[in-house]
Ligand binder design. Structure first.
Ligand code: BMA
Length: 805
């Protein structure tokens, strides 16, 4: 059987006239910081000083010892799981690899170069900015300074490292994933591919193995299929590459909230003359998961269907979790994914300007039922789809499909982020042809040849020859009229995208997070440090602009942070609730907001900040993404109440709404039984409140409180309430509240207020995730909040009133 020797841990790094010790997996920036030679790249304006380091080459060296027995194996493979990016690798003085793609694995057969005793492995990295010049020299005939076609984009290095509108410019270098030696006897398994054919109560599972043999021996293969409880269902011994298992009465895999996530296991063992020489296994889920596009009354549908159930996709876009890639850990990723699950996401889109996610990330999504929309790593970029550049990209595409194709969570492979949109606008025909060839023909063919995963050429796209890219009636949409276009939130209600895969609003991260990169004197939203931690041009001004549209001027820095988060939640809620109200007839079938996470502490569109702290939006998402949603749509003095039901059975319950006056209490109240059928959305009631809203004074002191109580006791989790104002919150006459908080037990608190409060923020000293936050509170209602850990403190309560008072 194979034996592995890890080569991670301490390495010697040298470059920029410095010699220091660093850790692998890791990087130059990370090691310089950890060795105390440079400051924290995320602190204040350190980024600006550090960028120049990426003009110098760096070398990594490691010495290691090998026992003579290790060299007696038939083959020894050196593997780098990830090298960032341009690197020459030598072993004991012999050059063994030239690497030019950080997204792929690099391997070399090194048995003949290794020695018993001391060995030396060296990796020479070319500075990213030097490589930019090398690329230009290699293509003197191309205009590689042109926007979207720049030389740096032609490097297969994560684009965000050169800066993005939420990320710093830190084009790092280094061995950012594991490195190891693996010794084999006889043969090894290179890949296991599975595919499925579904028919009535039966699934055929095809399994194919790819083997590399190192001796002339005969190698047989034994394939085994295990059920989700670990029982062997069937086993086949053969000389064939491919076998087929039949599963009768399969336990199907579902995305979250539609069923379970049972995982079958496929194993393959390679058997030589001496017995088993290598083995490999994959966990798979039996399911049909496809992107459906059918012509309909609105244009063409765009939705996902799992095992014949049409799913409204709810979630957000994901960017890299760190600017320093060596800091990735599954623990952190798991915390982020758990936060997505807690907020009722069922899909995450992995955005194309970062890095591919890890095997562990995808396996966790398999276990939890989160569907993945996976972009290939091309964002706002035209690539040279010919010659060596093309082979490099094609190799990456093929390798990634192999990594993805067995994962039940994988819903879609998408060619790129926003290139179609950009090229369509401003490029000549020759570039358009190159684009169409790459994304609409070649990549589509490769995906179809190698997997069963649905393919989509670009996000957004209408698919086909770059025509009519911004037509919302076909394909997916990115709608930036709110934020970049500075439209008010009500604009969202005039749009009917078939699937909105990007829309967003920025906010500041939590105060504790801001404290990590500022000094007290920096804590003004227009200070140099705060502006350096805002990468979207005049973003802080835009946050201020939206605050001014809805809220009174914030009294202090804390109020700015709070209001930025409240405004972000409010804007995204407007859009999502509206699109979910339009799921009937599959008119709108997806809302993925931009963006769930951050790669450093920054003001951005994220709903969870760099340290994993939830902003208001993440709590809002938990509410507006729940499977049964009651939402209110006000229009003048009229309010329509809608029920959206994403579950597989009808939902019945009592809708209650009250018109309240902040001084006089409830003026009007109505209750109504309502039902909404499965996978549907309906307007269940409408009321004109004109009689109660005759004057400005009335409109500034009156609001509607509405709630829904499902009749089925099991549906506790779908109980909900909300409020509607008839003026922007800045003109509403909120009263100074008296709030009472009491601890019910170690993990729960009861909160009441004597007057109507909006965006009630429950804040603890400790980092904690709450069951709800930034909610509205009406008098006489007791809100119970649960914490995710035991706490001894009582929280501070902050409301909209405090932001101006
Ligand atoms: C879209 C994304 C990102 C960007 C975001 C906000 O264009 O694809 O490129 O960060 O908008 O501007």
């Amino acid at each position: 059987m194979m034996k592995r020797i890890g080569l991670c841990g301490k390495w010697n790094i040298c470059g920029d006239a410095r010699n220091f010790e660093g850790c692998v997996p890791g990087s130059v920036y990370q090691s310089l910081y950890e060795a105390g030679l440079e400051g924290d790249p995320f602190y204040r304006e350190n980024e600006k000083k550090l960028t120049k380091i990426s003009f110098s080459d760096f070398s990594y060296t490691k010495e290691f010892l090998l026992a003579p027995e290790f060299l007696e194996n038939d083959a020894i493979i050196l593997t780098f799981e990830g090298l960032d990016t341009i690197a020459d690798v030598s072993l004991n003085g012999s050059k063994i690899l030239h690497c030019n793609n950080m997204h792929v694995k690099w391997e070399s057969s090194v048995k003949d170069i290794l020695k018993s005793g001391k060995n030396e492995l060296k990796v020479d990295f070319t500075a990213p900015y030097k490589e930019v010049e090398n690329i230009k020299r290699r293509h003197p005939d191309m205009d590689l300074d042109r926007h979207l076609f720049q030389a740096r984009l032609q490097m297969r290095k994560a684009e965000y490292m050169f800066g993005w509108d939420w990320g710093p410019v830190l084009p790092d270098m280094g061995i950012y994933k594991s490195v190891y030696l693996t010794a084999y006897q006889g043969a090894r398994i290179l890949d296991l591919k599975t595919s499925q054919e579904h028919s009535f109560q039966k699934v055929k599972v095809h399994v194919e193995s790819e083997i590399e043999a190192y001796t002339e021996d005969h190698f047989g293969r034994k394939y085994t299929l295990l059920d989700p409880d670990g029982n062997v269902l069937d086993s086949i011994e053969t000389d064939q590459k491919e076998v087929c298992f039949e599963v009768v009465n399969p336990r199907l895999w579902w995305c979250v909230n539609y069923g379970e996530q049972p995982l079958y296991e496929v194993r393959c063992q390679v058997i030589g003359n001496q017995g088993i020489v290598d083995s490999s296994s994959r966990k798979i889920g039996l399911r049909k998961l496809t992107l459906c596009r059918e012509n309909d009354q609105y244009g063409q549908s765009f939705y996902f269907k799992i095992n014949d159930v049409e799913v409204f996709a709810k979630g957000a876009d994901y960017i890299p979790e760190d600017s320093l890639l060596g800091r990735y850990s599954f623990e952190r990723t798991k915390k982020l994914l758990d936060s997505c699950i807690a907020a009722n996401f069922n899909m995450i889109r992995i955005w194309g300007g970062g890095v591919y996610t890890s095997e562990e990330f995808l396996s966790y999504c398999d276990q939890k039922g989160i569907m993945i929309w996976q972009d290939f790593m091309f964002a706002n970029i035209i690539t040279i789809w010919e010659g060596e550049e093309r082979s490099n990209m094609e190799r990456e595409i093929r390798e990634k499909i192999k990594d993805f194709r067995n994962h039940p969570c994988m819903a879609l492979l998408c060619g790129n982020n926003e290139t179609e949109l950009m090229v369509w606008d401003s490029f000549e025909d020759k570039y358009k042809q190159m684009y169409v060839q790459q994304y609409e023909h070649d990549m589509k063919e490769i995906v179809e040849e190698m997997s069963d995963i649905s393919y989509w050429p670009s996000s957004p796209s209408t698919y086909g020859g770059m025509k009519d890219v911004e037509n919302q009636n076909i394909g997916d949409s990115h709608d930036w009229n709110v934020w970049h276009g500075r439209k008010p939130f009500t604009y969202f209600r005039s749009t009917f995208p078939r699937f909105n895969s990007e829309f967003g609003l920025q906010s500041f991260p939590e105060q504790k997070t801001i404290n990590t990169y500022t000094l007290p004197e920096d804590r003004n939203i227009f200070s140099a440090v705060m502006e350096n931690h805002q990468k979207c041009g005049t973003g802080n001004e835009v946050i201020n602009y939206y605050i001014s549209m809805y809220f009174k001027f914030p009294r202090d820095f804390k109020a700015f942070i709070y209001l930025s988060q409240a405004i972000q939640l409010e804007g995204i809620r407007y859009g999502v609730e509206h699109w979910r109200r339009n799921r009937a007839k599959r008119h709108c079938m997806g809302a993925l907001f931009w963006q769930v996470n951050d790669c450093w502490p920054v003001a951005s569109w994220s709903s969870i900040d760099y340290f994993g702290r939830w902003k208001a939006l993440q709590y809002g998402a938990k509410r507006f993404f729940r499977d049964v949603l009651l939402s209110a749509c006000e229009d003048g003095n009229h309010v329509a109440f809608h029920l959206t039901n994403d579950t597989l059975s009808a939902v019945e319950g009592v809708l209650k709404y009250e018109l309240c006056d902040i001084h006089q209490g409830i003026l009007f109240c109505k209750e109504k039984n309502c039902v909404v059928s499965r996978l549907n959305a309906e307007m269940v009631a409408g009321e004109d409140f004109s009689d109660y809203l005759r004057t400005d004074e009335e409109r500034r002191t009156r609001y509607v409180h509405f709630s829904f109580s499902p009749s089925n006791a099991d549906r506790e989790k779908f109980c909900q309430d909300g409020t509607v104002l008839f003026v922007n919150a800045k003109h509403f006459e909120f009263q100074e509240p008296k709030i009472q908080v009491h601890q019910i037990d170690a993990r729960s608190y009861g909160i009441t207020a004597n007057t109507f409060c909006k965006f009630v923020r429950v804040e603890f000293e400790e980092d904690v995730i709450l069951s709800d936050n930034f909610f509205d509170l009406v008098p006489d209602d007791k809100k119970v909040i649960h914490t995710d850990k035991e706490l001894k403190e009582l929280p501070n309560i902050y409301t909209l009133y405090d932001s101006i008072g």
